[in-house]
Design a protein around this ligand. Structure first.
Ligand SMILES: C[S@@+](CC[C@H](N)C(=O)[O-])C[C@H]1O[C@@H](n2cnc3c(N)ncnc32)[C@H](O)[C@@H]1O
Length: 202
């Protein structure tokens, strides 16, 4: 009996030593959990707009108002479940990139891209929208907040090529007057066109 306990004790010690050697000890799990927590907190602090999806008829109106055509590249800033990039790719056959910070939304949107079989045209990048280089886009779509639109305004005006279109669901751009405003089911959609460099702001 004594002998059996001794063997059990030695067995447990060897197992602990082996897992520690593999690096799977409690310390490692603790460190990994801390890193995940820190990353989550970092992402949370960067999330400046809550997730509220645009109804599909608003998505359709945004892309229609932007007059999306072959060769355009659509960027959706804060892309949620990916409905704008999926629609741009599926309906207009254009390249569309969504920028999103929330891992859950990123997972969901990538699933939607696969489900709708538009992987060749649509993609989602995990990136803070305030750091996105917009120079590759010809159409930018946004459903954000008034102060976030204003934070993005200098980047839109300096990085997009003249003639690029910006559409926003619900919120305007302060004193940058829109070229068009349309309503759909009680929602407002704004359109701006990037002016030629040096042109006075409308
Ligand atoms: C109002 S939802 C719009 C979703 C989608 N564009 C639509 O119209 O259906 C805003 C999205 O922005 C994302 N978001 C918030 N802050 C962000 C940031 N700093 N960088 C990237 N995405 C962000 C949110 O997670 C959310 O999915």
């Amino acid at each position: 009996m004594k002998m059996t306990r001794r063997f059990a004790f030695l067995g447990l010690c060897s197992l602990l030593a082996f897992t520690a050697w593999l690096g799977f000890g409690p310390g490692r799990f603790g460190a990994a959990a801390d890193t995940v927590l820190a990353q989550d907190a970092d992402l949370e602090s960067k999330k400046i707009v809550p997730y509220v999806p645009s109804p599909q008829e608003v998505v359709d109106k945004m892309l229609e108002l932007a007059a999306v055509k072959k060769g355009d590249v659509v960027y959706d800033l804060g892309s949620g479940d990916g409905r704008i990039v999926v629609t741009a790719a599926k309906k207009y056959g254009v390249k569309a990139i969504g920028f999103e910070i929330d891992p859950e939304r990123i997972r969901e949107s990538r699933e939607n891209i696969e489900k709708e079989r538009v992987q060749k045209l649509a993609e989602i990048r995990q990136q803070d929208i305030l750091t996105v280089d917009l120079s590759g886009a010809t159409v930018v779509t946004m459903y954000l907040l008034p102060d976030v639109n204003l934070k993005l305004r200098p980047n839109l005006l300096s990085q997009l090529k003249p003639g690029s279109r910006v559409v926003s669901h619900a919120f305007d751009m302060g004193d940058w007057k829109p070229d068009k405003v349309e309503r759909v089911n009680g929602r407002t959609v704004y359109l701006w066109t990037i002016p030629a460099k040096g042109a006075p702001k409308k």
